[in-house]
Design a protein around this ligand. Structure first.
Ligand SMILES: CC(C)(COP(=O)(O)OP(=O)(O)OC[C@H]1O[C@@H](n2cnc3c(N)ncnc32)[C@H](O)[C@@H]1OP(=O)(O)O)[C@@H](O)C(=O)NCCC(=O)NCCS
Length: 179
């Protein structure tokens, strides 16, 4: 990893990089049933999360992992989709971003949460090498909960990505045994 201690030194609050994106579902975004295509929603989630990660790290970022995404409720053509992205925690060069997706009709009717996902980004230098990122300062109870869970979710990702052996997942093991 390239050295960039100035960047890593300044811890930042979650709200400093909070990002919201609003889209209207147009016919071109839909499947043959007139609902938003899953792939289009995933694209918007990737965009809003990457802006949030780039704001936090003040650098270029790339998506390195997307956790399980499930589609609970259909989003219809003409609906307004709001995507909120918040950073949960930063590690060395990587950052976990939590994205929540809400939809309603154009008049604000039928408001609903449709899904959420955790995406991980890596900050890159101008010559495309991973660089250290600022730490996250969680302030609210919800932010602290997300911050704490992020280390466990990271362990699971690193196992699934074959970066660490399952036997080394101490936090995950401790958590599962406590349930
Ligand atoms: C992201 C990338 C630069 C990482 O390169 P690398 O050689 O693995 O670098 P490192 O080993 O230093 O890992 C960098 C970080 O990525 C994290 N990482 C790597 N694979 C991961 C995975 N599957 N899930 C979560 N984090 C992962 C590492 O844990 C490390 O995080 P840390 O610095 O906070 O500890 C490289 O994998 C890449 O360029 N990937 C393609 C990204 C891309 O193009 N995305 C768009 C898809 S089209």
């Amino acid at each position: 990893m390239e050295n960039n201690n100035t960047n890593a030194a300044k811890a930042k609050k979650v709200k400093e990089s909070r990002t919201t994106m609003t889209e209207m579902v147009m016919p071109n975004d839909t499947n043959p049933l007139g609902n938003l295509m899953g792939g289009n929603l995933m694209r918007w989630m990737d965009i809003v999360a990457s802006i949030c990660a780039a704001k936090h790290s003040e650098s270029y970022v790339v998506t390195v992992s997307v956790d399980h995404v499930s589609f609970k409720r259909p989003i219809h053509v003409g609906d307004v989709v709001t995507l909120n992205a918040n950073i949960t925690r930063a590690f060395n060069s990587s950052m976990e971003i939590y994205v929540e997706v809400f939809a309603s009709d154009i008049k604000g009717g039928n408001p609903r949460k449709c899904n959420h996902a955790y995406l991980t980004f890596v900050a890159l230098s101008d010559d495309h090498k991973p660089i250290p990122v600022p730490e996250v300062i969680p302030l609210t109870t919800e932010q602290e909960k997300l911050y704490e869970g992020a280390a466990r979710r990271r362990e699971l990702r690193l196992i699934l990505g074959q970066r660490i052996p399952a036997k080394d997942a101490e936090l995950l093991k401790e958590y599962l045994l406590s349930q």
